[in-house]
Design a binder for this molecule. Structure first.
Ligand code: NA7
Length: 525
């Protein structure tokens, strides 16, 4: 049986850096990855228009000064092929692949208390042991695959944005897209150009802010010159990235000042639109003003008022993940695009020829599912994680329970990178990933230096952290929307707000304080 100090699950941006960091520090590390190469999210999500909506100069590793100077991003928001090339470049540069097993899924983790190690089995039946396991399994990596009646009957092509085939060809075809989150919006915007006819099935309209994407060759040299300062600021920023606009509380400006303040942010574009409004998620009146502003902007873009009306979201803005668009709303002005609100005409079933919605059968050559993910807990629950007669998924049946989003009591020596109850999904994932990877690396160093072999979250500290994350979330409007943050997109999933809303900078300070105090709240043996 192969034995490791550390086994990492997943070779996305989290697993890649964790491998590199621990290997540099002399640990024997191995990574198991389900995909055929590195890249995680950007390996799988290859649908047309797939693009990151955090700016590329921020959505990239900061741990190596030479790496960040040598890599040249071409656009403000990198598209999937460029992000995947970057991941591959990093893998080559640090020779990562030699310690990664590809095309293999971890099926079970069994804790052996006597030996103080995890027994890890993979899909091929092989078994390894590792003193520590680090789940770098991603927050949006297990697709949600709703099962509509008649799915097997459809004679055309059924495609999933999260598992896009390389040979898909939509030119001139009759295409349906189900889902209008970030993946749906990006797909719709690009597919509308080629499809003969595109029909969008929308359950909940989103709030999308313009990306104002474009080449960045002219500004990149200046950014690179002060890269370390930029990164230092981002590490302490609430969202793990910085905005080119000051943070303003709407409650502190007059109604006359509101429109210019929002116009300025709209022109800037991207997620900073709301992230730079300090009270948008805590003050219902401020939120209502911003929500109404965006609805007005949407109406301005869509020619047919009846279509525009369907596109107007009613939940508090930013309570669900906002979208960043490049010409999304304008798509509905094209003669080949139709919008169907499935609240008015529910999808009853798929048929041989297409989709029966309400009383009408719509015929399609291709149906694209952009229906999202079993977020935050999906990938962890997909592995049978067992300590004696307890499994993690049973423990988390009524919502995840962690200390700092890093460990769960009863499951020693098992870390999660960007787990539930960490700020991860509310932030620039790369900033959060780097912080977790480094924190875990320091914790393992500490254990080694002290001659210790076991670390586990204390029950009381976990209870307190769960309470803290819930209390903080309840100070905001976020739990008011039926979002994937709440598990609301998965039928039967417990509705619990999963991310830590306190921000990356605050979280970092707490986590660093815990480490500095000798890992307060963790039990070390
Ligand atoms: P999202 O944001 O969860 O979007 C999924 C979309 O699919 C959303 O509009 C859903 O409507 C819709 N959906 C899900 N299930 C159904 C069913 N059964 N019927 C009809 N419509 C459905 O996932 P994305 O992949 O777009 O984005 C995920 C994250 O990636 C994004 O937030 C960014 O962080 C990057 P709903 O809103 O649930 O009513």
């Amino acid at each position: 049986m192969t034995e490791h100090d550390v086994l990492v699950i997943g070779a996305g941006f989290a697993g890649m850096y964790q491998l590199h960091l621990l290997r540099e520090r002399g640990f024997d590390v191995h990574v198991i990855e389900a995909g055929g190469d590195v890249g995680g999210t950007w390996f799988w999500n290859r649908y047309p228009g797939a693009r990151c909506d955090i700016e590329s100069v921020e959505y990239s590793y900061s741990f190596d000064e030479e790496l960040q100077r040598e890599w040249t991003w071409t656009e403000r928001y990198a598209a999937q092929p460029e992000l995947l090339s970057y991941a591959r470049h990093v893998a080559d540069r640090f020779d990562l692949r030699k310690d990664i097993t590809f095309n293999q899924r971890v099926r079970t983790l069994d804790w052996n208390e006597r030996e103080t190690h995890w027994v890890v089995t993979t899909g091929d039946g092989a078994t390894r042991t590792a003193r520590h396991v680090i789940a770098a399994t991603g927050c949006l990596s297990v697709p949600s695959r709703p099962s509509f009646p008649g799915m097997d009957e459809f004679r055309g092509e059924l495609l999933w944005t999260s598992d896009w085939p390389a040979d898909a060809n939509l030119a001139g075809k009759r295409v349906a897209v189900i889902g209008t989150g970030s993946s749906g919006l990006q797909t719709i915007t690009v597919v509308a150009r080629d499809a003969g006819a595109l029909t969008v099935f929308q359950r909940t309209p989103c709030y999308a802010v313009p990306a104002h994407n474009g080449p960045i060759a002219d500004v990149l040299p200046a950014i690179k010159q002060h890269y370390p300062d930029l990164r230092a600021g981002s590490r302490m920023a609430p969202s793990g990235y910085q905005c080119g606009v000051e943070t303003t509380a709407l409650s502190e400006i007059t109604p006359d000042e509101t429109r210019p303040a929002l116009d300025k942010r709209w022109e800037l574009g991207g997620l900073c639109f709301a992230d730079s409004l300090a009270d948008v998620l805590t003050d219902p009146a401020a939120n209502a003003r911003v929500s109404e502003y965006v609805r007005t902007r949407i109406k301005e873009k869509v020619a047919d008022p009846q279509v525009a009306a369907k596109l107007l979201p009613t939940f508090p803005i930013a309570a669900k993940r906002m979208c960043v668009d490049t010409g999304y709303y304008e798509v509905y002005n094209q003669p080949n695009v139709t919008l169907i609100d499935i609240n008015e005409a529910p999808i009853r079933r798929l048929t041989e020829r297409g989709i029966l919605a309400g009383e009408t059968e719509h015929e399609f050559d291709v149906i694209i599912m952009a229906t999202g993910f079993d977020a935050m807990t999906g990938a962890l629950n997909a592995v049978e994680i067992r300590n004696g007669d307890r499994t993690l998924s049973e423990k988390w049946a009524h919502g995840p329970r962690t200390y700092l989003g890093l460990m769960s009591a009863g499951f020693p020596n098992l870390f999660t990178i960007c787990g539930p109850q960490s700020p991860s999904v509310l932030s620039n994932m790369i900033t959060s990933i780097e912080q977790h990877v480094e924190w875990i690396g320091d914790a393992l160093d500490h254990l080694r230096e002290e001659g210790l072999t076991r670390i586990e979250a204390g029950v009381e500290s976990e209870d307190n952290w769960v309470t803290t994350t819930n209390d903080l979330a309840n100070l905001t409007l976020m739990p008011q929307a039926a979002s994937w943050y709440m598990g609301a997109n998965i039928p039967g999933k417990e509705r619990v707000f999963m991310p830590f809303v306190g921000g990356v900078g605050l979280y970092r300070q707490v986590a660093e304080g815990v480490a500095a105090s000798g890992y307060h709240g963790f039990e070390l043996e």
